[in-house]
Design a protein around this ligand. Structure first.
Ligand SMILES: O=C(O)CCC(=O)C(=O)O
Ligand SMILES: [Fe+2]
Length: 226
């Protein structure tokens, strides 16, 4: 038996159970291994192979509200596409998760969009929420990390804060989770519930941020894709 066969590839249905349970109980979950490690490895090789020109500066806000704001975020992004087989394998896994969560929780998740993010040394993303209640179709956020050999001392943590409904300033400013961007780990959380930030890292930091969306019409405003 080769060493490769000893790497346990997690059963996707069990992972979906775990994510669904956590979303009901706490609204977020951190899984050290979720997708098959071969997919994580291929995605890492893919993002690491991109020339600088492939990336665009990340902005804040959608469509006509879009603006660059380097004081808020300094990461660079590149949207995933079905055209590339490696990217398609990630999107296919997320499609299974979408169906799995709809079956378990009747979330009505309609589609999924995701981009590679590259944080160069010192880059950050200040505290934000991915969705404002009633103003977006994004309901569930995912972050998948692609950083082999990441050490705690490298920084670049994802700090997650409690639901903003609390009025206690102490509760609001103390993270409920500090997540290192370890290779192959997946974070899933309800988009409008948890303010979060990415702290500066001392080395290049890769992730894939994605969002499941619902198709509800919000008054006159329907989110454009992206
Ligand atoms: O890379 C991360 O840890 C999180 C990124 C994030 O919050 C976002 O892109 O909205
Ligand atoms: Fe975010």
């Amino acid at each position: 038996m080769t060493a490769e066969l000893l790497v346990a590839v997690p059963d996707a249905e069990l992972i979906f159970d775990q994510i669904a349970d956590a979303l009901v109980e706490t609204g977020y979950v951190v899984l050290p291994i979720a997708l098959p490690p071969s997919i994580a490895e291929a995605l890492f090789l893919r993002i690491a192979s991109f020339e600088d020109e492939v990336f665009q500066a990340a902005g804040v806000g959608r469509a006509d509200e879009f603006q660059l704001n380097p004081f808020v975020r300094k990461d660079e992004i590149r949207w995933l596409s079905q055209q590339d087989p490696v990217e398609a394998s990630y999107l296919a896994w997320m499609e299974q998760l979408r169906l799995g969560l709809n079956r378990r929780l009747f979330m009505g998740l309609f589609d999924y969009e995701a981009h590679f993010s590259r944080y160069t040394e010192g880059a950050f993303y200040k505290k934000h929420v991915d969705a404002f209640k009633g103003r977006t179709n994004r309901v569930l956020s995912t972050v998948f990390y692609l950083n082999p050999g990441w050490a705690l001392a490298d920084g670049g943590q994802l700090l997650v804060y409690a639901d903003e409904q609390s009025s206690d300033p102490e509760v609001l400013s103390t993270p409920i989770a500090k997540i290192a961007p370890l290779m192959g780990s997946l974070v899933v959380f309800l988009s409008d519930r948890f303010p979060h930030e990415v702290t500066a890292a001392s080395r290049l930091r890769y992730s894939i941020a994605g969002w499941f969306r619902v198709n509800g019409s919000l008054g006159q405003q329907i989110d454009p894709p992206r």
